[in-house]
Design a protein around this ligand. Sequence first.
Ligand SMILES: [Zn+2]
Length: 140
Amino acid sequence: MKCPVCGAVYRPRKGSRGSIEQGNHDHSGSSSSLTCRRCKADLSDLCRLSDQAIWYHKQALDLCTQGRYPEATAQNNRAIALYYSNADFHALAGKLSALQGEFPQAISSWQQALKFDPQNAIACNCLQVIELIGKNIRHC
Ligand SMILES: [Zn+2]
């Protein structure tokens, strides 16, 4: 994710939390104040939003594997609303649209995913497949 203030790329560390702290008072549990290394902006709200968005995205993935596409789309849209610049969310949105036969919507979602992450494998592959299908249809 990016710092909204200065644009520095920020990666939350996972798993290695609290091991070095010297007997802290442990008053709030999640007192890890996350600040941008470059501009010192407070990023804890952003992290919380991102965590929430990823949670919605995982719900969407679960619903998708169960074939509950409209519900999956709703959950994934919540994820996108919270954290718009995650390519994976848009890639899944594209997949869900395609599964429901909405190919123009799917293509625009995948293009959005590639805008945020040009290497996004799902979006890249799917767009190629769709383009091939499109060409074949036009030839018929
Ligand atoms: Zn910053």
